[in-house]
Design a protein around this ligand. Structure first.
Ligand SMILES: CC(C)(COP(=O)(O)OP(=O)(O)OC[C@H]1O[C@@H](n2cnc3c(N)ncnc32)[C@H](O)[C@@H]1OP(=O)(O)O)[C@@H](O)C(=O)NCCC(=O)NCCS
Length: 180
């Protein structure tokens, strides 16, 4: 089981055995790209098949104070990445988009749950009211986890994707940080 402790308002870490969840720093850029690309290579969970940011671009993103990037590392290797990107438009500053990817071989260990809980806490501290995400209707593992954490389905773009020859819906899910 992953255990949390709060070091400061800015930093919250969690450890379990040799797993560590922490905020990313610029030197994690390459590890983040490798981790994201390994999940994209599976071709069934994420829309993109190639990670588009360069190492420099990734470093710029990590530096952006509007974004939260969490990593999970195991023996110095990044095996999980969560990004939360706050909207820069004044009309939607209260919203942020969440993305998460855990490397194959490290799933169903509670890492995703711990990272998302951390992102929810960070959002609440910054008056972010809605955390949005998009997930394939075929990704039932992820959808079950999001529901368990309090995300609700807000909409669906039917037959938005074709994966392995089958239509897949784009499911739009949201977590309201204030209770509705
Ligand atoms: C979806 C994803 C982020 C979930 O992260 P995860 O670390 O696997 O999730 P968790 O381990 O926290 O929870 C997943 C399940 O494992 C269960 N679980 C948690 N800790 C566990 C443990 N110690 N032993 C066994 N099961 C456990 C959870 O209860 C949950 O069960 P459920 O599926 O019945 O709800 C991850 O699987 C992933 O990256 N998948 C590929 C990429 C992807 O789909 N990204 C999301 C695109 S929208």
């Amino acid at each position: 089981m992953l255990r949390f402790w709060r070091k400061s308002t800015e930093e919250l870490s969690a450890t379990s055995g040799n797993l560590l969840i922490r905020r990313a720093s610029e030197r994690d850029a390459k590890g983040i790209i490798d981790c994201m690309q390994s999940v994209m290579d599976e071709r069934i969970y994420l829309v993109s098949e190639y990670y588009l940011l360069t190492e420099k671009g990734e470093q710029n993103r990590i530096r952006n104070p509007d974004d939260l990037t969490l990593v999970c590392e195991s023996a110095g290797r990044i095996i999980g990445v969560l990004t939360l990107q706050r909207s820069f438009h004044s009309k939607s500053r209260h919203t942020a988009n969440l993305g998460i990817a855990i490397r194959s071989g490290y799933r169903h260990m509670g890492i995703g749950t711990a990272m998302i809980k951390r992102a929810i806490l960070w959002s609440k501290e910054r008056e972010i009211k809605k955390i949005n995400l998009e997930v394939f209707s075929s990704n039932t593992n992820a959808i079950n986890l999001y529901r368990k954490l309090g995300f609700i389905e807000e909409g669906r773009r039917r037959r938005q994707f074709i994966i392995n020859g089958k239509y897949v819906d784009d499911v739009l899910m949201t977590y309201y940080t204030d209770e509705l």
